[in-house]
Design a protein around this ligand. Structure first.
Ligand SMILES: NC(=O)c1ccc[n+]([C@@H]2O[C@H](COP(=O)([O-])OP(=O)(O)OC[C@H]3O[C@@H](n4cnc5c(N)ncnc54)[C@H](O)[C@@H]3O)[C@@H](O)[C@H]2O)c1
Length: 252
């Protein structure tokens, strides 16, 4: 018996086996869920190939989080009601990352916020007609309550995501829909590798995380996502659960 038995879950953001969303999809299937993946554009092919490495088959549907047609078609593409959504989507243009904070043009900031923050609201609202009562939405952040080296406007986009999740929790609570975030420590995924200077975090986590931290292991984040999707957090919404080896709780 699994904690997601009988649930249908949309998992966005599977790009490679190292994607946090891949761990979430694998663990969700292991816990009894039917998983539907979403991808977009040229990445659709890659996601379809990677999906074959999951324990069970998973349909891949098209969902560019910034495309209004994809959003409008989401309920139909899902082919039935769902019980949860994993939002594992982020993007920022090169000139918004890596120590260029003071020079980033607004267009790039707007792009980062559209894909990485507003998309949580856009997907939640698009899927709302097919979200069952008791459904859970889980997103991923990199704790944006402080300023990090290199993270720049992605940090600002994450702050917006964190606030968006609290407002969604407020507006969707009456429908019995929970909205929570997992704040993961640094993991060597495609998105992380595209941030110049992201290596700087390795030393910080290596020396400061009380439980230690393995940047190649997405399973702890995946487990937290699955737990939040399950019925075992029935009264938790608008929350941000740190899965960072405890680093957030230390001062130096
Ligand atoms: N890797 C880390 O260190 C880390 C830490 C904390 C939080 N996160 C967050 O975890 C989430 C997943 O990222 P990841 O690290 O697994 O990297 P990843 O590169 O595997 O996943 C990022 C995903 O975003 C998707 N994406 C980008 N633009 C999109 C769009 N317009 N529409 C739909 N999908 C789009 C990509 O297809 C990709 O699948 C992101 O929100 C990321 O910010 C990552």
């Amino acid at each position: 018996m699994g904690i997601l038995d009988g649930k249908r879950i949309l998992v966005t953001g599977v790009l490679t086996e190292s994607s946090i969303a891949f761990a979430a999809a694998r663990l969700a299937q292991e816990q009894g869920a039917e998983v539907i993946l979403s991808s977009f554009g040229r990445q659709m092919k890659i996601t379809t190939i990677i999906a074959e490495r999951l324990p069970h088959p998973a349909t891949v549907i098209e969902l560019d989080a910034t495309n209004e047609d994809d959003l409008a078609a989401l309920p139909e593409r899902l082919g039935g009601n769902i019980d949860g959504i994993v939002h594992a989507i982020a993007f920022a243009p090169k000139d918004a990352l890596g120590g260029v904070f003071l020079d980033t043009p607004f267009e790039s900031v707007s792009n980062a916020v559209h894909v990485s923050s507003y998309s949580l609201k856009a997907i939640a609202v698009a899927a709302k007609p097919v979200l069952n009562p008791g459904a859970a939405i889980v997103g991923l952040t990199f704790d944006a309550t402080v300023a990090w080296p290199a993270y720049d406007w992605m940090g600002v986009a994450k702050a917006a995501l964190e606030s968006t999740s609290r407002y969604l929790a407020k507006y969707l609570g009456a429908d019995g829909i929970r909205v929570n975030l997992v704040s993961a420590g640094p993991l060597k995924t495609t998105a992380a590798k595209s941030i110049p200077g992201f290596e700087a975090f390795e030393d910080v986590w290596g020396t400061r995380a009380p439980l230690g931290w393995d940047q190649t292991n997405t399973e702890p984040a995946g487990k937290a996502i699955v737990a939040l999707l399950s019925d075992w957090f029935p009264a938790t919404t608008g929350e941000m659960v740190h899965v960072d080896g405890g680093l957030h709780a230390t001062g130096a």
